[in-house]
Design a protein around this ligand. Structure first.
Ligand SMILES: NC(=O)c1ccc[n+]([C@@H]2O[C@H](COP(=O)([O-])OP(=O)(O)OC[C@H]3O[C@@H](n4cnc5c(N)ncnc54)[C@H](OP(=O)(O)O)[C@@H]3O)[C@@H](O)[C@H]2O)c1
Length: 323
């Protein structure tokens, strides 16, 4: 089969389209012929070396496809089932992959291939952030950075559905309009405006109980200053660069704050956790509370272009690659 591999870390040019030998699925695995592959910011960290990987390696963690072969011992799935996965293994930017049967979910007929390829990593992230890391309650004002991005648009809709007052930061007026259409009540242009001052203004001076920060280096300080006393800072990404070391004493000075740095993998480590988290995502999509907006589609071979556009902040919502 054909797919992308990387032999060294670097820019989009290190993504090499090549012929790959895919073995038969091992015991407990299924082989999936991909119909649509999800693009995520973590793919850029893997490619650039910000999150170092043993090289050479495949790349990409999320896809939807058809089961074409079963490894020994797999009984819960059948050849012909349409499934999706979002926690790897690395190698989703390819025509097919072998995945442990307990890391995939069956996709209901009502969900398209592209939505399924975009809902697993990003949707499960929104789920654990809003329901588990901090359990968002009706009436909570919350701050979400990069609100018009892939994870951002899902979080805005889901938080709105939970009854939160959603404050979102974004990079341009066009993105602000999109975030608002997706349930974001107040938008802040964080490249121009003073984020903590606007958050305080919008919350009657109180600040928010939780900040979801995937931007990292550029937003850390403003995020901490937007929290109310004993608020929770959730640092879950670093699109602008790695978060600098944090002075723990600062958390006391800024209001006895809590700080966590979660990843999806720890929230979906067991098969039961994965099934429950994905089930919740499928549930909100099926009842129309969350619509996954696949706004960019590229041919799989054009993954380099997809990376360039995502890094250049040209994309909004979800992006998929079509084999
Ligand atoms: N920890 C976890 O479990 C987990 C899981 C999934 C995703 N994530 C993180 O969540 C974030 C969103 O992922 P995504 O795939 O949905 O990406 P995305 O939000 O669609 O794209 C990243 C966005 O970040 C904003 N941004 C701010 N400063 C930037 C900069 N210097 N360079 C590039 N972008 C910048 C841009 O929006 P504006 O133009 O509006 O600023 C950009 O569109 C990423 O940081 C990702 O690593 C974490």
């Amino acid at each position: 089969m054909l797919g992308f591999r990387i032999e060294e870390a670097g820019g989009p040019e290190v993504l090499k389209w090549q012929s790959i030998d895919l073995p038969d699925p091992a015991p407990g695995e299924i082989q999936i012929k991909h119909l649509s592959c999800g693009v995520n910011y973590i793919d850029i960290y893997h490619r650039s070396g910000l999150y170092p990987l043993p090289l050479p390696t495949g790349i990409g963690l999320e896809a939807c496809g058809i089961v074409v072969a079963l490894g020994d011992g797999v009984t819960a799935l059948a050849v012909g089932d349409r499934v999706a996965y979002g926690t790897g293994p690395l190698g989703a930017y390819a025509e097919a992959s072998n995945v442990a049967a307990d890391r995939v979910v069956k996709v209901p007929d009502s969900i398209s291939d592209d939505v399924a390829a975009a809902m697993m990593l990003k949707g499960m992230t929104a789920q654990y952030l809003l329901r588990q890391t901090y359990d968002v309650k009706s009436g909570d004002p919350i701050l979400i950075h990069a609100a018009a991005g892939g994870v951002g648009l899902i979080m805005c809709q889901w938080a709105n559905h939970l009854g939160a007052t959603v404050i979102g930061t974004i990079g341009s007026p066009e993105k602000a309009e999109l975030a608002q259409k997706n349930g974001c009540h107040h938008t802040i242009l964080y490249r121009e405006e003073d984020v903590p001052a606007r958050v305080k203004e919008l919350t009657g001076g109180a600040g928010v109980p939780v900040v979801y920060d995937s931007v990292g280096k550029d937003t850390l300080e403003g995020s901490l200053d937007s929290l109310r006393p004993r608020g929770l800072m959730v640092s879950f990404g670093n699109a602008s660069g790695p978060v600098p070391p944090v002075d723990v004493g600062m958390l006391s000075q800024k209001g006895s704050l809590f700080l966590t740095r979660p990843t999806l993998f720890h929230y979906t480590q067991s098969a039961e956790d994965l099934a429950r988290t994905a089930g919740d995502v499928i549930d909100v999509i099926s009842k129309g509370a969350v619509t996954i907006d696949v706004r960019q589609r590229y041919s799989l071979k054009d993954a380099r272009q997809a990376h360039q556009d995502l890094e250049a902040r040209k994309t909004t919502g979800a992006t998929v690659l079509i084999p």
